[in-house]
Write a protein that binds this ligand. Structure first.
Ligand SMILES: Nc1nc2c(ncn2[C@@H]2O[C@H](COP(=O)(O)OP(=O)(O)OP(=O)(O)O)[C@@H](O)[C@H]2O)c(=O)[nH]1
Ligand SMILES: [Mg+2]
Length: 220
């Protein structure tokens, strides 16, 4: 116990120092960045692709995809015309700042306003590792169930934006929105929230408009 705690603290502070360097690099390049976190299959990649459509050219995007294995998601982003890079964590359940540091220089940052980082699908680990991005976004989705804020409080506490995805499934899946939102409110009062469907596009304009304002206001 007495030997393990300092080791963990050292790893986390080394990660935080690297995250600060990533932020400096992004700020110097005038690039805003978002860390998109969610459980597997919540719709992170679908949201990125629908966001591209809804932005309709208002921001130039770059994408960094984090997965245990494969380049499936980066290929989807590249097929949509985006500069994209895949990070394979080789088993790690989250991205860390060093992985982002390796990936960032491979993107043409001078031609990008906003980097969307898709973290590894996981509702626990990514919350513990800052990677240097400007904004933490959580994608929750209707089929996951309305109890997730109560069961994964760390993730719900640590984000500035909550996107509730797959609202097109509300008629088909039991989901008590009031119960869900009460749980969110306890953990993260007043968190900026959007309800969207990455399938039908519902709610995407509000999210995209907010994003454009946010990037412009942050000098990105
Ligand atoms: N009905 C419905 N399906 C959706 C929506 N968004 C995503 N999906 C579907 O959900 C599945 C998973 O979507 P992805 O975008 O791959 O999810 P992800 O979070 O990127 O998944 P991982 O990268 O594997 O963690 C796919 O079959 C999508 O078509 C939505 O808003 N409504
Ligand atoms: Mg994905």
């Amino acid at each position: 116990m007495t030997t393990r705690i300092p080791i963990v603290e050292n790893i986390l502070s080394a990660n935080d120092r690297m995250a600060a360097r990533n932020r400096d690099l992004l700020d110097q390049a005038g690039v805003y960045s978002i860390n998109i976190m969610a459980s597997p299959g919540a719709g992170k990649t679908s949201l990125i692709l629908k966001t591209l459509e809804a932005l309709n050219g208002r921001l130039k995007l770059g994408v960094i995809e984090g997965d245990l294995a494969t380049s499936i998601d980066a290929e989807k982003a590249a097929a949509a015309g985006l500069p994209a890079v895949q990070i394979n964590t080789g088993g790690d359940c989250h991205l860390d700042a060093a992985m982002l540091a390796d990936a960032l220089p491979t993107l043409p940052l001078e031609d990008i306003d906003l980097v969307l980082v898709e973290n590894v699908g996981n509702l626990i680990c990514p919350a513990n590792f800052q990677i240097g991005t400007h904004l933490n976004v959580l994608v929750a989705s209707i089929p996951e169930g309305d109890d997730k804020p109560y069961k994964y409080p760390g993730m719900y506490r640590g984000v500035q934006v909550l996107i509730i995805n797959k609202i097109d499934l509300l008629p088909y899946v039991p989901f008590n929105m009031d119960y869900f939102k009460r749980g969110v409110e306890i953990l993260n009062p007043g968190v900026v929230t959007f309800a969207v469907s990455s399938k039908t596009g519902e709610g995407m304009d509000e999210w995209a408009d907010w994003l454009v304002e946010r990037v412009k206001n942050n000098g990105g």
